[in-house]
Design a binder for this molecule. Sequence first.
Ligand code: HPA
Length: 273
Amino acid sequence: MAYNREYFQASADYLRTQVDFVPEIGIVLGSCLGPFAQTIENPVVVDYAGIPHFLLSTVASHAGKLIFGTVAGRKVVCMSGRFHSYEGYRFEELVIPIRVLKLLGVKSVILTNAAGAVNRDYRPGDVMVIQDHIKLNGDSPLRGPNVEDFGPRFFDVSRMYTPELRKLALDCAKGASLRVHEGTYMFFPGPQFETPAEIRAARVLGADAVGMSTVTEALTAAHCGMPLLALSVITNMAAGVLDQPLSAGEVDEAAEKIAGPFSDYMKTMVAVI
Ligand code: HPA
């Protein structure tokens, strides 16, 4: 499959027939953070399955819907459900959603995820504003022929988590009922959780939290020059930090608990971004 501009344009053209406004902000919701989507006013919901050239969510906690509407007076489009390499998608395919948002006219992107804390000062229920990431595993989503329409072959990623948006997120945290940190996210491809040894290595390398998503979307947004904010919801202490096994149930439960206050925090940011 040639991932040329026309490929992504087909998805965007279809979506234009479904909504009559251009969303300003694109939001990707991580595992069990779907409740934010319920706060969208006048929602127009489009199933991923109906969008040409799009992908399908295969994870139960990811709804698989694109929701257009208004949050805090701003026009948004929200991906309720994202795509991961562990589902079997090739890294190159993971550029699709962000490129479609770009072609729809979205100006800035907010990515969210559930993550495990490597930093022992963090607790489940905290939020981490991603300052930077470490990705030593898996290919780049920008691998393969470069689509110049989106960005150059080689591109800078030293400010990809937009400093102004990070500052805004930290400022908004002052009025929030959540503990908000700023830190480094390390990507692991999953679907297995990490080993305790991998977590010790991640800590030595400077990671504060680990997860299986976000960086492919972040790199795609950086490639096409979109301002980007990425937030991790800490759902658990990473493997080996506590003397107990990890479970997906623990992650889902923690994400559900924080979903309400996290939605409120997101809203304050959407209002001023
Ligand atoms: N590791 C990887 N991904 C995750 C974790 C974790 O501990 N928690 C939530 N997503």
